[in-house]
Ligand binder design. Structure first.
Ligand code: HEC
Ligand code: HEC
Ligand code: HEC
Length: 105
């Protein structure tokens, strides 16, 4: 019985931290401004779970997924959703939405 209670508590704690997960990941560009991936803004999209991205699209350790623009342009990584008629704005023509920095893109 105690074990069950502990298990349930852990689930409740896990789901609470779930909604609040807002870690920002910075992909350092070489020629363009860095791209910041914001967990908080993505988790705020209704129906999004960690499994939408982990582990199928991205590894759960910053800098290990080998994300490149060439791969994105082939429909991988961010472009699984960021594409024409996808869940989010398409990559083409929206460079500055991801490569954000005052006055630069
Ligand atoms: C959905 C977000 C997103 C959009 C939109 C996007 N990119 Fe990227 N881009 C990335 C990510 C993530 C990387 C990986 C950054 C790195 O190299 O560390 C990247 C990397 C790059 C790089 C290589 C790194 C550098 O700074 O030289 C270039 C060049 C690039 N993007 C150009 C573009 C252009 C041009 C567009 C518009 C047609 C565009 N990107 C739109 C996310 C995006
Ligand atoms: C829309 C896609 C997406 C969703 C949803 C998502 N993540 Fe991530 N996550 C990423 C990306 C992108 C990275 C960076 C991967 C890389 O750099 O290789 C990342 C990295 C991480 C990291 C590594 C952080 C570090 O500093 O090493 C953790 C931990 C993580 N995510 C946990 C979660 C959890 C927990 C959830 C659900 C609450 C979640 N992610 C949902 C895209 C996502
Ligand atoms: C599982 C689907 C999914 C993946 C994968 C994904 N996104 Fe998004 N992203 C969304 C949705 C949905 C929105 C909100 C709708 C919109 O803005 O078009 C969004 C919004 C954004 C925004 C605007 C909000 C903000 O944070 O300022 C940026 C920038 C962004 N994503 C960058 C990225 C980058 C960079 C990657 C890859 C490292 C990525 N996304 C991967 C689904 C995704």
């Amino acid at each position: 019985m105690k074990k069950v209670a502990l298990f349930l508590t852990l689930i409740i704690l896990a789901s609470a931290s779930y909604a609040a997960f807002d870690k920002k990941i910075t992909f350092k560009g070489k020629t363009l401004a860095p791209t910041v991936f914001d967990h908080g803004k993505h988790m705020a999209v209704k129906g999004t779970t960690c499994k939408a991205c982990h582990p199928a699209i991205f590894k759960q350790k910053a800098g290990t997924s080998k994300v490149t623009m060439a791969a994105i342009n082939k429909g991988k990584f961010c472009a699984v959703c960021h594409k024409e008629k996808g869940k989010a704005f398409a990559v083409a023509k929206n460079c500055a939405k991801c490569h954000v920095k005052e006055g630069v893109y």
